[in-house]
Design a protein around this ligand. Sequence first.
Ligand code: 0RA
Length: 676
Amino acid sequence: MADKNQYSADQIQVLEGLDPVRKRPGMYIGTTDIRGLHHLIWEIVDNSIDEAMAGHCDKIMISINEDGSVSVADNGRGIPVDKHKTTGLSALETVLTTLHAGGKFGGDDSGYKVSGGLHGVGVSVVNALSTKLLAEVRRDGKVYRQEYKEGVAQSDITEVGETKSTGTSVTFWPDKKIFETTVFESETIVTRLRQQAYLTKGVMISLEDKRTELYEGKLPQGHSFKYRFYFEGGVRSYVDHLNHNKEGIVRTIHFEKQTDEAMIEIGMQYTQAFNENIITFANNIHTLEGGMHLTGFRSALTRSVNAYARAKGFLKEKDDNMTTEDVREGLTAVISVKLADPQFEGQTKSKLGNPEIRKAVETVFNEKFSEYLEENPNDGKNIVAKCMLAARARLASRAARDTVLRKGALEGATLPGKLADCSSRNPSESEIYIVEGDSAGGSAKQGRDRYFQAILPLRGKILNVEQARLDRMLGNNEIKSLIIALGTGIGETFDIERTRYHRIVIMTDADVDGAHIRTLLLTLFYRYFKPLIEAGYIYIAQPPLYKVARGKEMHYAYTDDEKIKILSDMGVEQMTDEKAAEEDAAEEVTEAAEAEVATKKKKARVSIQRYKGLGEMNPEQLWETTMDPQRRTMLKVTIEDAEKADAIFDTLMGSEVLPRRKFIQTHAKKVKNLDI
Ligand code: 0RA
């Protein structure tokens, strides 16, 4: 074991340097839950991506190892290991033990750093929060290694072999004393890595999850959990991926330009869909709240399309310009900017603030897009036709929407008859359950606590509207009832202060229709009641999937895994065919077989009921499993959840409108095995 006393004063300095990270990890990685845990991976991967963006690396390999540690390896130049003349420390050790030192090294780098933005707190933070970290550098024909514990080097850098390749690998074991959980979620990592691969074109990023135990019985025989991403098209491939089940009206187009301010990359495609889906990034960080790059793009798009439509005579002199919404209908776009000094603002620090980027994006877009329109008049015609159709639809549906959105239209309206309101008038203790179907609504009304729980049943048929436009759906009586019940008003009169309930719970069946209705409601909240989501008022109820009973003993299972666990706790190893077991148990048996019969009887008395819908539960069951605050679990809806629903919405709604679906493959190139 390392003894602090054997280190020089300098090194103790370094040690103290990381101390605050272990004391207040939240300050550096946000949280110590699963998000914070994943943050550790992003930190390390970002460093390799910086190396790739600087043009020195084209392979990044991530593995979740059998023992739960994570390795990130790249084939970059390798972090320098020779000692700095004045500090006496190698770059490797400095990067690993000094806060904010990550990436600020080398000096010759022309690329942009991912680090320094939203996260980019540096590898040293990962080091500090790991019980053990192993760094390996391949450089100048040699392999070097250094081991750390809780951020403290256990020895000098050691030469351990020879190699022809170069690169860096870091393996770390997150500290169980710091994190609520140290079990990584491969799905989350896959999603993030795919996104990073789109944004760093030409780089192969792979993930292997070697925790075979975790996947026992879940993957096909002989398969392991492996992903490999490589996109030559960059954001163009990203747009194709986002549109894989939408019908494009033109090809995906792609612009790229380096200006004084930034590297600007834009991919876009107009589709038959009705929603817009514009995703923006600054230095590979998803700018969920948008910012200057988005503002610049939107205004340039509106101006370009209108100018083109006028110049070509599609818009007549008497016609109004198309609005910014009109020109974005059905548009999918990915905007990625890389700049030297990104300013992140906003509530979640995910809004790009640099004002100069607005103009830069506008200029690049105007130039490239008009060039494209001039060269592809047919595409130009199709795009303008699509936008003009959106404008006409907007005018046509305005009347319908206005009846709902009009100032005061829903105010003072009497509460809908279907609403079983609660008696409390204090919103902070009141809840409303939006329940799918009249029968489940009936059970919920009987089972609830009337003091603070209100029930609003919605007919399952609300999704069956012919129009795929949400704003028309606002005229739907079911939706109107909901809006009146919420009390907030909508549109220009929306006022969160008037919310009648601080918990708004969506309770739908665990089937396809239930999922559709949930998507519809989430989309409605996302587009018209976003502050309710931001305030954390929207929830999704979690009814059980099964009831497992034996005599007076009764358990509810909310997942399949839970059902298996309950059965095994009851001593029933496998799902028993109940009838067969009963018959067996009733047979005449000898004394010797008594024990066996006892077991069979035990199994026989277990009954498993699968709830296909909420309507199958009686009021008491619904109360004790799903509505009783002491016993229920509910999911709080985040903006990200609602954003996903919003993205799915048009696909769902449009499924009858689209005559066929086209699946566009992204160009995932096959790559040989890595030699790192
Ligand atoms: C600074 C200088 C040099 C390499 C790196 C940083 C570097 C850092 C990381 C982190 C993960 N992978 C990395 N790969 C490289 C080298 C400068 C030179 O060789 O001239």
